[in-house]
Design a protein around this ligand. Structure first.
Ligand code: NDP
Length: 509
């Protein structure tokens, strides 16, 4: 399943940090265009330390990765904060047919190639998520959820590539059954409904893409469209909808999701014209009803449109760059790329193109400030050396425990060994959010070593756990306290704060 709930949680934590040490306040209110004519971006006087980066890219999807490669090529060592889904939403696409030079490639393979290319160019990757920004001073400050205590870094230039989060229907039962049949990602969860009946709600291109994927697995696929026509433009739509196991129900709204403790059983549907209601038996409901930009952190700093997309400023910035207009936001040196700034096209290749343009702009911006990669690194080193390194504590640290469990029997044996909090992670290799959560789990196992152990179970290599644990979505995360009692059982990835908050309830902080 996509990390949508987590995304929302992350976005909900919008701290506007006070401007204090480590950055120079801008002379005027940062969210107004006036700032551009009153730049106080003086690189010589700027406070630079070991956590200052020339360019920080927020988001590791195709747009962010392409920007990183371009900046890496000019020796900028950009930092990519990958967020909860490394590779972005494209990793959840099983078939990408509109990427230049590729006839048909799955999203994960495509983004893996781009990741390798960016890394090869010198990009630094962080698996953290952004929890706050402070763009009221420069270098811009960014707070990351990167361990037990949040970490604040700073950047001379920021490229925002944080994408969008799927919409929800907000009908009864949707939240209750989220992860137990309700999903926003067919590629993530579709395999759990092999030979079963599924429904997709939505009439756009995403609904057609989901239908194309699910039609290969499911016995029956219903596409529920609230209007009497589709919005989708995808050329495959006639071919997909003509499949024997696909049926479109037009003028149909989902009013409620029903089920048992563990799974979805049926939906209440309403004819939007006659208001007549009916029941549709289904094992899953996939939401494909559009998305919202993940821009809440930037409100007050950058101009957003009425729907929350970051506005791209088309006014040429001749004093800074000769490129125009290209991904500039209302703040100098801050660029927005991909879906977060694109209410219309939302195409992977367009997003990658945005990344290229933003990288060239950021390069121009930094050159305008007199930035030089070598002298910047020297300055960082000097600052670094002037602060004495903390001596490592001599005490022996307990070892992190992460066990890959090979059978259900082994899992049961391990669960009987109590005395420590246990986190069981039911995952699969094809699940992007599961992969994205792995660095966080490693960090949790390390930071809570001696108190918490992690047992990982691949639901494909240990398929019996799907039945035993009634798995209807992954990652499924189950917490057991030190006595072996199950205390939390949830579906959907968690970030570091999410794990810490559950653990502090179980073992105290
Ligand atoms: P869209 O906004 O294009 O479509 C959303 C669909 O969901 C519409 O049919 C809309 O209905 C319906 N909808 C919205 N809210 C509700 C609701 N509450 N109840 C029922 N139905 C609802 O979103 P997509 O995610 O499909 O696509 C977004 C963009 O990404 C588009 O530009 C698309 O072209 C692109 N895209 C391209 C793909 C490709 O090239 N293969 C794949 C996926 C996306 P209504 O029409 O009545 O408003």
């Amino acid at each position: 399943m996509k990390l949508t709930m987590q995304h929302l949680a992350i976005i909900g934590i919008t701290l506007l940090l006070p401007c204090n040490i480590g950055c120079r306040p801008l002379r005027k209110n940062a969210n107004h265009k006036k700032t551009k004519s009153s730049l106080s971006y003086d690189l010589k006087k700027a406070p630079i330390d070991k956590d200052t980066h020339p360019v920080v890219i927020l988001g590791g999807g195709v747009s962010g990765l392409n920007a990183a490669t371009r900046l890496g090529m000019v020796n900028y060592k950009p930092l990519v904060v990958q967020g909860p889904i490394p590779g972005g939403l494209l990793t959840q696409s099983h078939s990408v047919r509109n990427w230049p030079g590729e006839i048909d490639i799955d999203g994960k393979s495509l983004t893996d190639k781009m990741y390798a290319q960016a890394k090869n160019a010198g990009t630094i990757f962080s698996s953290a998520s952004v929890t706050a920004v402070d763009f009221s001073c420069w270098p811009y400050r960014i707070t990351l959820d990167d361990g037990p205590t949040p970490k604040t870094i700073s950047a001379l230039s920021v490229i925002i590539a944080m994408g969008t989060t799927p919409n929800y229907l907000n009908v009864p039962g949707e939240k209750t059954f989220f992860g137990k049949g309700v999903s926003t990602c067919a590629v993530c969860d579709g395999d759990l409904y092999r030979d079963q009946t599924v429904a997709i709600v939505g009439g756009g291109d995403a609904a057609i893409t989901e239908a194309a994927y699910l039609a290969k697995l499911a016995k029956k696929v219903y596409v529920l469209v609230r209007k009497d026509h589709l919005r989708a433009q995808d050329k495959r739509k006639d071919e997909v909808l003509a499949k024997k196991n696909v049926e479109v129900l037009f003028s149909t709204a989902v009013k409620q999701v029903h089920g048992t403790d563990q799974e979805v059983t049926h939906l209440t549907l309403e004819n939007t014209k006659t208001k007549e209601q009916r029941t549709l038996n289904t094992n899953a409901l996939f939401l494909a009803i559009g998305s919202k930009p993940n821009s809440a952190l930037f409100k007050g700093y950058l101009d957003l449109d009425a729907h929350g997309y970051i506005k791209i400023d088309s006014t040429p910035d001749h004093d800074i760059t000769h490129y125009s207009p290209a991904q500039k936001t209302s703040l100098p040196g801050v660029y927005a790329i991909g879906d977060i700034a694109d209410p219309h096209f939302k195409q992977a290749d367009a997003a990658a193109g945005d990344g290229c343009k933003a990288a060239l702009q950021a390069n121009e911006f930094l050159e305008h400030l007199g930035f030089d990669p070598d002298s910047f690194e020297k300055r960082k080193m000097q600052t670094h050396r002037s602060i004495p390194e903390a001596k490592p504590a001599p005490a022996q640290k307990p070892q992190a425990v992460i066990v890959e469990v090979s059978s259900e029997q082994k899992l049961n044996e391990l669960l009987k060994q109590t005395g420590m909090v246990t986190i069981v992670d039911l995952y699969a290799n094809w699940c992007g959010p599961c992969r994205g959560m792995m660095p966080t789990l490693k960090k949790i196992a390390t930071d809570y070593a001696g108190k918490v152990r992690v047992l990982k179970v691949n639901v494909d290599t240990v398929p019996s756990v799907k039945r035993t644990y009634s798995v209807r979505g992954i990652p499924r995360i189950i917490f057991y306290d030190a006595t072996g009692k199950k205390v939390v059982d949830r579906t959907g990835a968690l970030n570091y704060q999410g794990f810490s908050s559950e653990l502090s309830k179980i073992i105290g902080s």
